[in-house]
Design a protein around this ligand. Structure first.
Ligand SMILES: [Zn+2]
Length: 80
């Protein structure tokens, strides 16, 4: 069994196109799609992504540390 790449909510797809993983809808969508969900949804989904990821055994944590995430940037720059 090969390890499947793990995608956080908002992670960019590996095809190099401008689509990002929406965990809520379980699909890859463009940036516009993410505006259809509110901030609460995004932080919930992102937190869930982290929690499930960190619960995995280390060898199954198949996500590059430099993975580009659409929403991480947003939350880091938020003041409130
Ligand atoms: Zn969605």
């Amino acid at each position: 069994m090969s390890n499947k790449r793990y995608f956080f909510h908002g992670d960019q797809s590996e095809n190099g196109d401008d689509t990002f993983y929406c965990r809520k809808c379980d699909t890859f969508s463009d940036e516009e799609h993410f505006k259809t969900h509110d901030e609460k949804t995004h932080s919930f989904q992102l937190n869930q992504s982290y929690e499930i990821f960190l619960r995995k055994p280390k060898k199954e944590r198949c996500r590059p540390s430099d993975a580009l995430n659409l929403l991480e940037n947003m939350s880091h720059h938020k003041s409130q």
